[in-house]
Design a protein around this ligand. Structure first.
Ligand code: TRP
Length: 337
């Protein structure tokens, strides 16, 4: 089971930190690509619980629930456990082992200059940071390389981490021999979805998100409160779709209506209330099949656990093979017999 499936184009590894429910930003940024590509690529999805601890180390008890929430979101979004391998990071100790070896060949300054680390640290108001937080991109490189993934579907904010992974792979291979595979990032058509409040990014911590598991009334309520063109007072005032959050969502989720909505908004022919109603309908249509699938899996928590355990067993088998090659290349397989 562990060998690379030759009928596929290659291997994908990507994943998420289990810090709560996934939202529409995750969906358009990366999840949609994973669902689409799972037929063509041997797909590994990591639920990165160790990485979640880099910021949530004070509440480890939340992880048991959040790991399952992410698994449910994957399955609800259309990830097929027959095609994709969903697994839990902390249950693959080879990833931690690989992280230690990589940490020898990357400098602290390289990590300090990582723009995503910098902006996350600023957002959290860190004056100093833990060794684990500064180093999580190294651990992420281990996530990606233990299974020799060549494609990593991610949101735009993850690009610096993929760059770092590529750098580590080149360094490792030139020092010890060609064992690792240099991966490429694949960013979704909508690399960054604005928040409902108009903030640069949809994010759970900013409370400006629509979760994939939100019920229809919640979607309606949230869209109703979304920020539109502030200069538009009456429905007949000409609008400015280019600065409107709701228009950005039409663009992301219902391409065919873009020209029509753009024109009628500019002319003042469609008001924000009507425009929001249409968006609510579009989003609920997208989310309804996900709600149905989620309900089915929620009713069978044992099945979800089995999927995670089977996925983790497969990931471990692959990880063991790579670690044997890594040790051999580094000449630290002292007792190969
Ligand atoms: N850093 C990613 C995030 O915050 C999660 C993640 C962990 C990941 N390991 C990964 C993404 C490996 C892609 C590949 O969303």
């Amino acid at each position: 089971m562990a060998e690379i499936q030759t009928t596929k184009k290659g291997r994908i590894l990507t994943g998420d930190r289990p810090t709560g429910k996934l939202h529409l930003g995750h969906y358009v940024g990366s999840l949609i690509n994973r669902v689409r590509l799972q037929d063509e690529y041997d797909t590994f999805l990591i639920i990165a619980d160790v990485q979640a601890l880099t910021t949530n180390f004070e509440e480890p008890e939340k992880l048991a629930r959040d790991v399952r929430e992410v698994a449910l979101d994957y399955l609800a979004a259309g990830i097929d456990p027959e095609k994709s391998t969903i697994f839990v990071q902390s249950l693959v100790p080879e990833i931690a082992e690989l992280t230690i070896f990589y940490s020898m060949i990357i400098t602290v300054n390289t990590l300090r200059h990582n723009p995503t680390i910098k902006s996350e640290a600023a957002q959290r108001g860190y004056t100093d940071m833990t060794y684990g937080f500064l180093g999580y991109p190294v651990s992420q490189a281990a996530d990606i390389t233990f299974c020799k993934a060549n494609l990593v579907p991610v949101g735009e904010d993850q690009l610096p981490h993929i760059e770092l992974t590529r750098k580590l792979v080149r360094r490792f291979n030139s020092l010890y021999g060609p064992v690792l595979v240099e991966p490429e990032a694949l960013v979704g058509e909508v690399p960054r979805l604005v928040g409902l409040d108009g903030a640069a990014k949809m994010s759970k911590s900013l409370d400006n998100a629509i979760n994939l598991s939100d019920p229809p009334e919640e979607v309606e309520r949230r869209v109703k409160n979304a920020v539109t063109d502030p200069a538009r007072i009456r429905a007949t005032d000409p609008g400015h779709p280019d600065i409107c959050t709701v228009f950005a969502y039409h663009t992301a989720f219902n391409k065919p209506v873009i020209p029509e909505i753009e024109e009628s908004c500019k002319k003042g022919a469609i008001g924000c209330v009507a425009c929001k109603k249409r968006l609510t309908a579009t989003l609920n249509e997208l989310l309804e099949p996900m709600r149905e699938r989620r309900a089915r899996y929620e009713a069978n928590p044992k099945l979800v656990d089995e999927i995670l355990l089977a996925g983790t067993a497969r990931a471990r088998a692959v990880a063991k093979e790579t670690m044997a090659q890594v040790r051999e290349a580094m000449k630290i397989n002292y007792f190969p017999w």
